[in-house]
Design a protein around this ligand. Structure first.
Ligand code: FE2
Length: 473
């Protein structure tokens, strides 16, 4: 690797380092003006280990770490930062023992305790639905927290209707019906589970399916009438994890094309499987919708799953490699013919794709993602925000700033009735040179302009995963 790549890898390791501080402070260092229309909370989640292993936090897998939830609250043009740990039983046990006693996905515990603590933490996403707030990870049930105080409430297990070990971090809340759809996956039969939670919090559907093979299935998609399960060219074998192996040893690339399971949202429906032309893996679809008997889905696809697995393993210790290089793809499913077409629509790397949440499952025009130029697989995959026009228009980008990495873009409509791209894009930016985090507010209709406001946080947030806006207007 050349010097520029090594420097970028080192930057990424630096911005991913834990900072186990629970913030509670007004945000006073603000450049620009916070729009008055922003009334609500940006919740964010990501790994932030409280008690690090003796070998140091860089040995942790990219997915490992306690969940420190961040709430950036906006009202009357002012902002406040609250951070609180999700105090799961495992978190409390680690704290009580005073050392790293929870086995990680990459390294063992410093000291094994009985009974052993499962290696999970709800550190991936934070979603509010039916008046409740859930911290989520794909290897455990949702962990409920208080939306105001972020006080921990405990596991929520779908009113006793869970059909598998866990559910994922990526619920899809239908922008029109308010139903929350969520899937689970596991390496044994039944491989996939599906749930629907009504806007009043009632679980109205809980069904399970087998897949042609067991894969990690991080996310999925819904349309008005269907659910889409992306089965990556990657096999997930539980055996290594049961015998002290690492998460990476449990995953391996398989020589099969990506395959998509599509079923109706109607209770009791079967899955039909659609083979894509190429192998690949996706963490995140952006959206899917139906039109003229077809389903269209866009997603960020990794063309080499094994390279992705290897890169995730070294992401924290400056050996990120070149595998974190998903590209934007469009998939077109013909429900009558049973076919799947794929189109790669950019060579830029792209991750964390998001859309206007009011259009989840319905036809959208605009999308947002964290991107980088083609060399980015090695030089960094998240260096700017790109806005995509699905109607064949050109894409626009924020400026790339030296040493700065961008997190997931979260779109917030200006009002309930505002047009699709009339609103703001909120993004956490991580400055490796200053070891600081800012929250930038971009005008969604001009993301290539300077941000409307840049909020400098007094407490650095490590590079994390996902977040969502909850309006209090
Ligand atoms: Fe994710």
């Amino acid at each position: 690797m050349n010097d520029a790549v090594l420097a970028a890898n080192e930057q990424f390791a630096e911005i991913s380092l834990p900072n186990p501080v629970e913030a509670d402070a007004a945000i006073t260092r603000v450049e620009g003006e916070i729009p008055q229309e922003l009334t609500g909370t940006l919740y964010r989640n990501g790994p932030n280990q409280k008690i690090s292993p003796k070998v140091g936090p860089r040995a942790l897998h990219f997915f490992d770490g306690d969940a420190l939830i961040q709430a950036i609250r906006f009202e009357d043009g002012k902002a406040h930062h609250l951070g609180r740990y999700a105090r799961t039983a495992a978190f409390e046990r680690n704290l009580a023992e005073g050392e790293y006693v929870q086995a990680g996905l990459r390294i063992p515990a410093d000291r094994v305790v009985e009974p052993p603590i499962p290696s999970h933490s709800p550190n991936t996403n934070i979603v509010s639905h039916a008046g409740r707030l859930f911290a989520l990870a794909e290897n455990m049930p949702p962990f409920e927290m208080d939306p105001e105080t972020l006080a921990s409430k405990g596991l929520w297990e779908y009113d006793g209707k869970m059909l598998g070990m866990s559910t994922t971090a990526h619920p899809k809340i239908d922008g029109r019906t308010g139903q929350m759809w969520i899937h689970g996956y596991q390496p044994m039969s039944p491989h996939i589970q599906l749930y629907c939670v009504e806007p009043d919090g009632r679980v109205s559907l809980a069904e399970a399916h087998d897949a042609p093979w067991a894969s990690m299935m991080h996310d999925f998609a819904i349309t008005e009438n269907h659910v889409i399960f992306p089965l990556g060219s990657m096999e997930f074998d539980l055996a290594p994890l049961l015998t002290g192996g690492t998460f990476t040893q449990a995953l391996s690339g398989v020589d099969r094309p990506m395959t998509f399971g599509i079923r109706s949202r109607e209770a009791g429906s079967e899955i039909r499987w659609f083979e894509a032309p190429s192998a690949g893996y996706m963490f995140h679809p952006a959206n899917a919708y139906e039109e003229d008997g077809k389903i269209f889905m866009d997603a960020c696809t990794y063309e080499n799953p094994q390279s992705l697995i290897d890169s995730l393993d070294g992401a924290r210790d400056g050996k990120v490699g070149s595998g974190l290089d998903a590209n934007p793809y469009l998939y077109e499913f013909d429900l009558e013919a049973g076919t799947c077409k794929e189109t790669k629509f950019s060579d830029s790397t792209a991750e964390f794709p998001r859309i206007d949440p009011r259009l989840i499952g319905h036809k959208n025009r605009w999308g947002y993602a964290s991107t980088a130029e083609p060399a980015g697989g090695a030089l960094g995959f998240s260096r700017r925000i790109t806005k995509y026009d699905r109607q064949g228009g050109s894409s626009t980008h924020t400026k790339v700033v030296d040493g700065q990495w961008t997190g997931e873009p979260v779109f917030v409509p200006r009002s309930k009735e505002a047009a699709e791209d009339d609103g703001f894009v909120l993004v956490a930016t991580h400055d490796a040179n200053k070891a600081e985090t800012a929250v930038e507010i971009l005008d969604a209709r001009g993301i290539d302009a300077e941000p409307l406001a840049r909020l400098h946080l007094d407490t650095r947030i490590p590079f994390g995963f996902h977040g969502n806006w909850a309006s209090s207007a």
